[in-house]
Design a protein around this ligand. Structure first.
Ligand SMILES: Nc1ncnc2c1ncn2[C@@H]1O[C@H](COP(=O)(O)OP(=O)(O)OP(=O)(O)O)[C@@H](O)[C@H]1O
Ligand SMILES: [Mg+2]
Length: 395
């Protein structure tokens, strides 16, 4: 371990000052660390990346578990590709260590990391047939010809491209090209499969179909997968765990349900799923719960994000459009509001309403009935659920 890396190991991992400083040449520390971390498919330990004055990735610690489907999710420029390229070895970290399967790879070049990679833009070799594209990694590794042929055929079957072996990439649709790219990444039996927005160039229907197939293949092979997307729907539907990133920083790591229902900060709350923000006041804090006042309504929320706030401070309550309800105006236990617009969405109507306090909210009303009963201008009572609310201090 270099001293440069030692500077950025998170505090919890540092040796306490009362223990002797290890002599790195003779200490058992690096070996012990490797053994302890051996179980992770990928481990980034204090990894940091700058481009000139831009910090693309702040000091980051991330464990990818064996066999899991982990998604890096965040807006454009937040550092997803940077993180992926660090794992792949296309970028060198300015600090920290990277381990794959417990093995130190910080200074290992990409082709020796036994990693499969699929990019957004196919990146197939245009002058090679499908079979030669898929077999490329095996030829580079000196695998015998007969074995290459068998493995290429088997992998083309896996991605449902039997019979396409002799075609040129030019003769394939976008979806088929991306299957070839996936086959090329899988044929080497990678320790980790990395995918950077692999479906974003495909139309919506094809993207949905490819997502289902990728998930099936991933489950069947049990290959550890790190998937990059800025599409929260894609992340929620595919992942075992989601890493939510913004501005070069990991904001939260959790299962889709955890990040959807228990966002840790307002960025995550606003980024995952559609959400309304309702202005409220903090009333009381007790243990893990807090009580907030929304107009005349009292609601309980998780207290964690409000702990340092005095009673009476303003807070924003986050609530999903499908959790709000429309009731007759003046009904007890509702907030007064007025319908501003109705947006037809097929299976539901998005009813936009203005609160008496001026905020605009969206309520997802199932069916089409609201079109007839709630014309713009209608006064309504907005029903706010008792549970499932989260609140954060205003920005
Ligand atoms: N080679 C580079 N030189 C300079 N700056 C870079 C380089 N690569 C990335 N950056 C900067 O680092 C930050 C993170 O970029 P990155 O490509 O990781 O974002 P991303 O999350 O993948 O975004 P997108 O969703 O648009 O692909 C951005 O500010 C970007 O401009
Ligand atoms: Mg990117």
């Amino acid at each position: 371990m270099s001293s440069r890396a030692a500077d950025v190991i998170p505090a919890a991992d540092r040796r306490s000052p009362d223990r002797p400083t290890p002599d790195l040449a003779t200490s058992d520390l690096p070996a012990a660390r490797t053994a302890r971390r051996g179980a992770a498919a990928v481990l980034l330990d204090g990894v940091l990346k700058r481009f000139g004055t831009v910090t693309a990735l702040e000091e980051t610690r991330l464990r990818v578990e064996q066999g899991e489907f982990l998604t890096l999710l965040g807006p454009s420029g937040c550092g997803k590709t940077t993180l992926l390229n660090l794992m792949a070895g296309f970028l060198e970290a300015d600090a920290g260590e990277i381990l794959i399967g417990g093995e130190q790879v910080t200074a290992t070049p990409p082709y020796e990391r036994q990693i499969g990679i699929v990019f957004q833009n196919y990146a197939l070799f245009p002058h090679m047939s499908v079979a030669r594209n898929v077999g490329y990694g095996l030829r580079m590794r000196g695998v015998p010809k007969r074995e290459i042929a068998a493995r290429v055929e088997e992998t083309l079957a896996l991605v449902k491209l039997q019979g396409f072996a002799d075609r040129s990439p030019r003769q394939l649709s976008g979806g088929q090209q991306q299957r070839v790219a996936l086959a090329r990444a899988l044929v080497i039996r990678p320790r980790v499969l990395l995918l950077d927005e692999p479906f974003s160039a495909l139309d919506k229907n094809l993207r949905g179909a490819m997502q289902v197939e990728l998930k099936e293949i991933q489950r069947r092979l049990g290959v550890t997968t790190v998937f990059v997307t800025h599409d929260q729907g894609e992340a929620l539907s595919l992942s075992d765990r989601i890493v939510v990133m913004s501005a070069g920083r990991i904001r939260q790591v959790g299962t889709p349900d955890e990040v959807y229902r228990h966002p840790q900060d307002r960025f995550v709350a606003g980024f995952i799923g559609d959400v309304n923000t309702l202005p409220a006041r903090l009333e009381t804090l007790s243990g893990v719960r807090a009580t907030v006042a929304l107009g005349d309504l009292r609601r309980e929320v998780e207290a964690a994000a409000l702990r340092d706030r005095p009673p009476g401070s303003p807070v924003d309550v986050f609530v999903r459009p499908d959790h709000l309800g429309v009731r007759p105006a003046g009904e007890g236990g509702t907030l007064p509001a007025r319908v501003a617009a109705l947006v037809y969405q097929g299976s539901h109507i998005d009813l936009h309403a203005d609160l008496a306090t001026g905020e605009r909210v969206v309520v997802r009303v199932p069916g089409q009935g609201a079109l007839a009963t709630h014309a713009p201008g209608t006064a309504i009572g907005l029903a706010v659920p008792q549970g499932g609310l989260v609140a954060f201090p205003p920005e």
